[in-house]
Design a protein around this ligand. Structure first.
Ligand SMILES: *Cc1c(COP(=O)(O)O)cnc(C)c1O
Length: 432
């Protein structure tokens, strides 16, 4: 049998790049087969080098809420390119994007732009340590906050998919400063604050977890984090790299009414270009150099192309504010219909959804934290993934990821997805 072009390219890629990829989640190791090489994308669709077309539910892992190659975003990038690609000096676009983001988030007074979500969380942690003079940090199992040393402990999908417990290369003395607790456990949190309270610089959390699959906070969980951190002088950091501008125009903090001290952003605010940002109260942010002593810098921070893509994206999102309801509702309908298909086939699933994010767990346990997420049947997910891919539906090549629905996904796209799902289910067996 002749090899597909993706197979041919992957053979070359494996010789040149570790695992043939530049980010582990792109490899198909847990689901089998080889990654598709993507040639181009438009709207809800991506096209591989073999000319196959897929309805895309990965959306570059979050940024593409408007769908791929949105004409207005493309045009903004084109215009920016003509004026040069990087100056290493301030631009009007940076203050414009900062103003938009600050206006959308009640807890933000100042922000700093960086080039990735990883940089945002890493820098926010440094700032928290610098402001409080404390060294320990606390995170939750299954939450991913980028790949900085202190944060790569029990860090969700990428690592869970590969079965790596933490990561070699992270010094033990750093890992020891990171305390991890089960997500959604108020009791465990109370105990930890009693024990470590005075040593903790910050608590960092994905307010809706997206990196062990989608897991919403149970009532009272985030409220308790806010209350106890405030009492103990610990900074609360919301990592809204996925949830920022995904669930509403603003963050999950706008919906739950809880204000963190610092917020991390990325993905959507860059409109598909490399961007991150972190921000918070003025008094905290002014600890950063050049005003304060905490150092943080970046050659490409606030890059003009990225600012242009981010601004165009937020322009569209703010002008269509009401449409988040439509998007979220459409996603809810898709999830409900998928749920019915699996139920009819007697295959136990739990579908967790927040706005336009969802995860289908092959499990008969409710998924509320990393432990319960891990109980899901990953072999069955691999079968499902493969069946869907063959039928032109591109899901994440891992059982512990969110699916991302965009404004470009039409009713017809969702219908096609459902019929592919029905066909795939016929090839799967019932029971657990
Ligand atoms: C993707 C992600 C990050 C890291 O962002 P990068 O741009 O990949 O470095 C951090 N936090 C969360 C919640 C994310 O989903």
């Amino acid at each position: 049998m002749t090899k597909s072009r993706s197979e041919q390219f992957f053979e070359i890629a494996e010789r040149l790049l570790p695992g043939g990829v530049n980010s582990p989640v792109r490899a198909f190791r847990s689901v089998g087969g080889i990654p598709r090489f993507i040639d181009r994308a438009a709207g809800s669709r991506i096209y591989d080098v073999d000319g196959r077309e897929y309805i895309d539910y990965v959306g570059s892992w979050g940024p593409m809420i408007l769908g791929h190659a949105h004409p207005q975003v493309q045009e903004a990038i084109r215009k920016a390119v003509e004026r040069g690609t990087s100056y290493g000096a301030p631009t009007v676009q940076e203050i414009e994007l900062a103003r938009r983001i600050i206006e959308a988030f009640p807890s933000l007074e100042k922000i700093r732009m960086v080039s990735s979500g990883t940089e945002a969380t890493m820098s926010a942690i440094r700032l928290a340590r610098g402001c409080t003079g404390r060294e320990k940090i606390l995170k939750f199992e299954g939450c991913y906050h980028g790949h900085a040393d202190s944060l790569l402990v029990k860090a969700g999908s990428g690592i869970a998919t590969l079965g790596i417990p933490g990561s070699p290369g992270v010094p033990a003395c750093l890992a020891e400063l990171t305390i991890t607790l089960p997500f959604n456990s108020v009791e465990a949190f109370r105990t930890a604050v009693d024990r470590y309270g005075k040593e903790l610089a910050c608590v960092i959390v994905e307010p809706v977890a997206g990196n062990m699959g989608v897991v919403e906070p149970l009532p009272g969980f985030l409220e308790t984090l806010r209350e106890l951190t405030r009492q103990a002088g610990i900074l609360l950091i919301f990592d809204e790299v996925i949830t920022g501008f995904r669930l509403t125009y603003g963050g999950y903090q706008n919906l739950c009414g809880i204000e963190p001290d610092l917020t991390c952003l990325g993905k959507i605010i860059g409109g598909g270009l490399p961007v991150g940002a972190f921000g918070g109260r003025r008094d905290l942010m002014d600890y950063l150099a050049p005003v304060g002593p905490v150092y943080q810098a970046g050659t490409l921070s606030g890059n003009p192309l990225a600012m242009a893509a981010g601004l165009a994206t937020l322009d569209i999102l703010s002008s269509q504010r009401a449409d988040y309801d439509v998007l979220n509702h459409r996603t809810a309908e898709l999830c409900a219909a998928m749920g019915r298909l699996f139920q009819a086939a007697d295959i136990p699933v739990r579908i967790n959804r927040a706005g336009s994010l969802f995860t289908l767990f092959f499990s008969d346990h409710d998924v509320v934290n990393y432990e319960t997420a891990s109980l899901s049947n990953t072999d069955r997910y691999a079968l499902f993934f493969k069946g869907m891919l063959e039928r032109g539906i591109y899901l994440a090549p891992s059982a512990f990821e969110a699916a991302f629905v965009s404004f470009a996904h039409s009713e017809k796209d969702l219908e096609e997805t459902l019929s592919a799902c029905a066909e795939t289910i016929k090839t799967m067996k019932g029971g657990i």
